[in-house]
Design a protein around this ligand. Sequence first.
Ligand SMILES: [Zn+2]
Length: 419
Amino acid sequence: MSTKQSSLLRFRLKRNLERLAAREGRGTELVSLYVPYGRQISEVVSMLNNEYGTATNIKSNTTKKNVQDAITRVTQRVKLFKKVPENGLVLFCGAIPQNGPGSERIELYVISPPEPIQVYLYRCDARFHTEHLQEFLKEKETYGIIVLDSAHASFATVRGKHLDIVKQITSGIPGKFRAGGQSAKRFVRQRQVKVQDYFKRVGEYANDIFLPIENLKSILLGGPGPTKEDFEKGNYLHYTLKEKIAATIDTAYTDEHGVEEVLEGSKDILQRIRYVEEKRIMQRFLREIGQDTGLATYGEDEVRKHLKNGIVDTILLSETINLIRAIVKCGSCDYTKNQTMKMHQVTEFEQKTHGSTCPKCNVPALSVTDRHELIDELAEIAEVAGTKVEILSGDTEEGQMLKKSFGGVAALLRYKAAN
Ligand SMILES: [Zn+2]
């Protein structure tokens, strides 16, 4: 799997799972099948044949027919594979009521898992069993950040795209310079004791915050000057946390800006975290727009035009735009048109369009023949054109900016468009 397209794969899996979760059968007649890599296709087929046989015992004739139809469809599909793909094979199939009772239609879904599945499972139930794929949508790794100097300390966690400043404390340690009349030795000693107490407190907070986190990947230590190194050398952190310190990074601040500086400074380590990626890609986009270089553009129509001309390097799409692209066709001539609209406007648009007069041949034969999510539609054109696709979440400031200020659709261009 190309990591560059992984945000698109994740988006597609998420949408597929949402759709599947919304499907319900009439009775216990929806088939879920998970086959991990390494299983033989023949083994799976013989298991399905067994299940087909078992289904003859189902009392309700409709249910029996639906289950057997589903198993037949799944078996046919499985047989098309010579071997189970590396990440495994996941199929969902069943009779889904389309429009009230009696309107069931067999629907079949083949899912490519983004990571290898381990489970071998056949289920026939009133719902599709998607929970073994839901796992892949979770951001599993969390990073801990401690930023400190001798006056302040901040504790933060980064999980996927989500940055959380958990705690900020002050040390109460006086500055390095003593007041007049005080003994120099005594001042230094007193200060050392206070620094030790402060480091102990920082360690205790860090243990309380980070030890309970499952899947804590590593800890990043930041701050101005040598305080962070002094803290690291001492045994103030629980040894399991101390082992997880992946980097120490110099920062100018110890507040939330310091945390941001650590994130920026640790790009190598955090490269795989979307938080940084989303920020970086949007910042590049904003720079191109701000400097009017002609290498960035936004808005559905503009982006679509450049996409079709093949000059888009990366297309940026906001996960939260919720736009639908409907295809209208005439049943009497070759007239066709596409229109983008909000998700909730689709039904009304379909009703209004149905049987309306074609502007080309004047026959009242227009209808909506197909509809796609705008993201899917643009992503498909992008894949053909060799354009990178980045789906930005609504979780980061940058992702929200893409939606609010640029309509959720933007592009970085390979070169300046000729006007
Ligand atoms: Zn027509």
